[in-house]
Design a protein around this ligand. Structure first.
Ligand code: C2E
Ligand code: MG
Ligand code: MG
Length: 274
């Protein structure tokens, strides 16, 4: 039998979850947490990455990679991305308006492959920035390397149009895909975010250290800002800083936090973890 009962159950369950997700977007089950990003030299808060959370009424916490995938497959990603961009931009604008930000902070939002092919993305981003009165340069869209390189033909127009709006781009999980080096020089990419598997693997293998060093050198010589994600130890922090990484993110620096925890963070002076 090619189609057995367990497959039937899996499909039924997936369809149910898709329906739940569609409702969740409208019913306030989704929320955002914000993970701080820090300039490493000198050490200072430089922005946040907005990360989506879904608290399912019966199943509890559902991992973002699971529901993002589901949203992509079921056609709900447009609504989800629109919601995330609106909330993240609105939140930063609110912190600014309350006088909590000493200087400009970047808000990073993850977008998925489908979003880049969606004709509505550019007007949506432009309209959201205008409505919240946030300068476009304070919004960075993160796209994973695999997605970007796999969707280049459909992504190019959106990338250039959004660049005209003034939005920045970062390549997420860099090092896990296959970037065309030629494209790295011509695409409107501002920063490369080194995948956390390399950062976390630095202690285990000298090869990972050399990969990180090579990415930093390549990126720097192309004029890109280099971000390291997944920094969990003071040794990793010291290593990426010594290599010339500009910006760090990871549990050592800060876990993702709720919006109501951000004002306290903005009000306090930062000390580098040591
Ligand atoms: P990502 O964009 O690479 O986000 C970084 C992930 O690494 C987050 O997981 C974050 O909580 C986690 N992380 C940060 N620092 C550390 C660390 O030091 N150690 C470890 N082990 N993990 C760390 P999260 O929130 O579970 O998100 C997973 C992925 O789901 C994200 O990876 C992103 O690709 C996707 N995602 C999350 N929110 C959204 C969204 O609103 N839209 C889209 N399209 N994708 C999203
Ligand atoms: Mg990201
Ligand atoms: Mg990443």
């Amino acid at each position: 039998a090619l189609f057995d009962q367990s497959m039937h159950e899996r499909i039924a369950e997936k369809l149910k979850l898709e329906g739940d997700l569609r409702r969740a977007i409208g019913e306030g089950q989704l929320s955002l947490v914000f993970q701080p990003l820090y300039d490493l030299e000198p050490y200072r808060l430089s922005g946040f990455e907005a990360l989506a959370r879904w608290e399912h009424p019966e199943r509890g916490h559902i991992r973002p990679d699971v529901f993002i995938n589901l949203a992509e497959e079921s056609g709900h990603i447009e609504a989800l991305t629109g919601w995330v961009i609106d909330q993240a931009v609105g939140q930063l604008a609110a912190w600014r308006a309350a006088g909590l930000c000493a200087g400009p902070l970047d808000m990073h939002v993850n977008i998925s492959g489908r979003d880049l092919g969606n004709a509505g993305l550019v007007p949506l981003v432009r309209e959201t920035l205008l409505r919240h009165d946030l300068p476009a340069s304070q919004l960075t869209l993160e796209i994973t390397e695999t997605t970007l390189m796999g969707k280049l033909s459909v992504a190019l127009d959106a990338l250039h149009a959004l660049r005209k709006v003034g939005v920045k781009f970062s390549i997420d999980d860099f090092g896990t895909g296959y970037s065309s080096l030629a494209y790295l020089t011509t695409l409107p990419i501002d920063s490369l975010k080194i995948d956390r598997s390399f950062v976390m693997g630095m202690e285990k293998s000298a090869q990972n250290v050399e990969i990180v060093r090579a990415v930093v050198n390549l990126g720097r010589s192309l004029g890109k800002k280099i971000v390291a994600e997944g920094i969990e130890t003071v040794e990793q922090l010291a290593a990426v800083k010594a290599m010339g990484v500009h910006v760090g993110q990871g549990y050592l620096l800060s876990r993702p936090i709720r919006a109501d925890q951000v004002p306290a963070l903005l009000g306090q002076s930062v000390a580098e973890p040591a």
